[in-house]
Design a protein. Structure first.
Length: 423
């Protein structure tokens, strides 16, 4: 277009116009332009006034070139920053400043403007640059500046001509109402985005709280279940222990009754208790049951022998009672029967394997403690070799007898030993 051609011609004048050679330097190798030959004669002697005019002319040309270069630089900078400008008035054309000066006019560059004259408005590229600087601050904001920046970024790829077209193309200027509407739309969009982000945060927090509540409820249910199991197990243990204690107490009571019945020769009661234990142990040999002890380590057989209950002694020996048990004084049933002068019981115990050689803790044998000659005769006339045979037979017979654990699992300590009456 005509405007682009004028800018290009101005650029050519600014960048390609050769400077006038200095006539003050005789060693200059440049040739003088043809349009200057009529003004300055080679080898002519100049006056001081002419020299001053020449220097002023040179300084003015340098200032003009510098001003034009600065304006072009400012225009490029404004284009890169995305500053819009107003379109020039229709029909206005600008001509290069150098073209307005006719060739050979000497006083055109040297004349000074009058003091009262107003400077003329710049035309051409100077007017474009000046017009582009004014709306720079207002056009740097909003969507208009973004559009210019995008256009310039695209124009840089096409070279200098694209940059110039991007700078010179007019951009729409928004009215205050349009600016207010755009700002309101942006504010509304920002508020909507903030509300949506806040809603998402609230939703995430609610989900996290729900997950924590679920995990806590699950762990609490597990803890309660474990606690209930512990309480139930403790209840079952206490119940079993209580049942064991009750059974043990009943068994102890039954054993005490057996000891008393054996001493008092109550054969019927002894028979009932033996039958019950035989049914419980599934075996007629229940020596582990019949060898129960009292506080002085007396067994039912020892009590029956001391009391002279021959029938009870026979019944106990039949069901596996131990014939050679010792109490806390080391006395066997045979020792006590001999001491109490129970001749029939002494003979029965000897025939069942009672050992007359076992002394008490004070080293007295049954023969030594026998109170009369009849008991001593029975003991002295007994063959000890036969005792050895009977003891072996009893051990073989009682090896497989039924011996279940005591009631309640065998717990509980034995009663303390107390020194009772010497029966």
């Amino acid at each position: 277009t005509e405007e682009a051609l004028s800018i290009c011609s101005a650029l050519c004048l600014c960048c390609c116009l050769p400077p006038k050679p200095s006539l003050l330097c005789p060693a200059s190798t440049r040739t003088m332009p043809k349009d200057a030959e009529g003004v300055y004669d080679t080898g002519q002697t100049l006056t001081e006034e002419e020299k001053g005019e020449i220097l002023k002319d040179v300084a003015t040309q340098k200032a003009e070139r510098k001003a034009v270069a600065d304006k072009i630089k400012n225009a490029k900078t404004s284009a890169e920053l995305g500053i819009t400008r107003k379109a020039p008035a229709a029909g206005s054309t600008s001509k290069p400043a150098a073209a307005s000066k006719p060739a050979g006019a000497k006083s055109a560059a040297g004349t000074k403007p009058s003091a009262g004259a107003k400077p003329a408005k710049p035309s051409g590229i100077e007017g474009m640059i000046t017009a582009a600087k004014k709306p720079a601050a207002a056009a740097a904001k909003g969507s208009a500046a973004k559009g210019v920046g995008s256009k310039l970024a695209a124009a840089k790829k096409g070279g200098k001509a694209s940059v110039l077209s991007a700078v010179l193309s007019p951009e729409p200027v928004l009215s205050p109402e349009e600016k207010a509407a755009a700002e309101a739309a942006e504010a509304e969009a920002a508020a909507a985005a903030a509300t949506e982000a806040h809603a998402r945060r609230l939703e995430a927090d609610a989900a996290a709280d729900a997950e924590r509540e679920r995990r806590w409820a699950e762990s609490e249910a597990q803890r309660q279940e474990i606690q209930n199991e512990i309480v139930e197990e403790e209840r079952r243990v206490r119940k079993r222990e209580e049942e064991r204690r009750k059974k043990l107490a009943a068994e102890k009571k039954k054993q005490a009754r057996l000891l008393e019945a054996a001493f008092d020769n109550e054969q019927e009661d002894v028979q009932q208790m033996i039958v019950a234990w035989v049914e419980e142990c599934f075996s007629p040999l229940i020596g582990a049951k019949l060898d129960c002890l009292d506080a002085n380590d007396h067994t039912p057989l020892s009590e029956a022998a001391c009391g002279g209950a021959v029938e009870v002694c026979t019944l106990l020996l039949k069901h596996g009672a131990n014939v050679n048990t010792q109490n806390h004084q080391g006395r066997t049933p045979l020792w006590r029967a001999a001491f109490m002068d129970k001749q029939e019981c002494v003979r029965l115990l000897l025939e069942a394997g009672g050992d007359p050689r076992i002394p008490s803790n004070d080293q007295q044998t049954p023969l030594q403690v026998a109170p009369n000659a009849a008991v001593r005769e029975i003991l002295s006339g007994w063959d000890v070799a036969q005792t050895e045979v009977l003891i072996a037979k009893n051990q073989a017979r009682l090896a497989g007898q039924g011996a279940p654990p005591p009631p309640g699992g065998g717990g509980g300590a034995p009663p303390p030993r107390t020194v009772g009456r010497n029966r």
